[in-house]
Ligand binder design. Structure first.
Ligand code: FPP
Length: 224
């Protein structure tokens, strides 16, 4: 049986869910946050060590300003209200992506990372203003700057996910089968689960079904 150490999720379908049930995309994001909290708790229960979440991509800036503001307010409130709780649960929060938000949000993100830095039950990597192509280009630049030889090990150390094992599983909800510039290097050998349900409808049962399936997959990593 495969050991499950790292789950990555593209939480897609909030907007469509909101329009379908509440006539507003933003209501979908609010509902998506609720799903997320349930999945975090289940991840702890299952003793999984890393959870990487695509919350906002470098391409998401193309969305209407009102939606962007709503998303970042949601994030700010979530962190302000829940960071103590996350800390008590022994969760470490790490942001991947470029922190170029308002100074208020940047400071909040940094302080949450500092506060939870020593925790070791579960590490949540929150991808915010994250784009894999940008990350890869930066990694090449870093490698060139430190003048180290070009190999997988040195390259991995230059990624924002340095020292984080690659995801075993990628889950994408929302009935869309693409990677959307997420962890292109790190997902090389991940098992990918594309789920039809929209993210706010994704529940613990769905999550456990995926975990069960993953455990019984024969992972070859190029071998036979
Ligand atoms: C994708 O759905 C979802 C996002 C771009 C945001 C993800 C955010 C959450 C799950 C909620 C809050 C999380 C934090 C960290 C505050 P979409 O809007 O692209 O859905 P669509 O494909 O139906 O348009």
């Amino acid at each position: 049986m495969n050991h499950l150490n790292h789950v990555a999720i593209i939480m897609d379908g909030n907007g469509r869910w909101g329009l379908k049930y509440k006539k507003s995309r933003n209501e979908g994001h609010k509902a998506g946050l609720k799903s997320l909290e349930e999945i975090i708790n289940e991840t702890i229960k299952k003793n999984i060590k890393y959870l990487t979440l695509y919350a906002f991509s470098t391409e998401n800036w193309k969305r209407p300003k009102k939606e962007i503001n709503y998303l970042f307010n949601l994030l700010e409130n979530f962190l302000q209200n829940k960071i103590e709780d996350l800390n008590k649960k022994n969760i470490k929060l790490k942001i991947i992506g470029v922190k170029n938000f308002s100074s208020k949000l940047n400071n909040l993100l940094i302080s949450c990372e500092r506060k939870t830095n020593k925790n070791n039950k579960l590490q949540i990597n929150l991808a915010l203003n994250y784009g894999s192509k940008y990350e890869l280009i930066n990694a090449f630049k870093k490698l060139r700057k430190i003048n180290k030889s070009i190999n997988e090990k040195n390259f991995q150390k230059c990624l924002q996910t340095a020292n984080i094992p690659d995801p075993d599983i990628l889950i994408r909800t929302g009935n869309t089968q693409r990677l959307s510039n997420f962890l292109l290097w790190q997902l090389a050998y991940s098992e990918i689960f594309f789920i039809k349900k929209l993210w706010p409808d994704f529940n613990i049962r769905d999550y456990n079904n995926i975990i069960r399936k993953f455990k019984s997959i024969k992972r070859n990593f190029g071998n036979v």
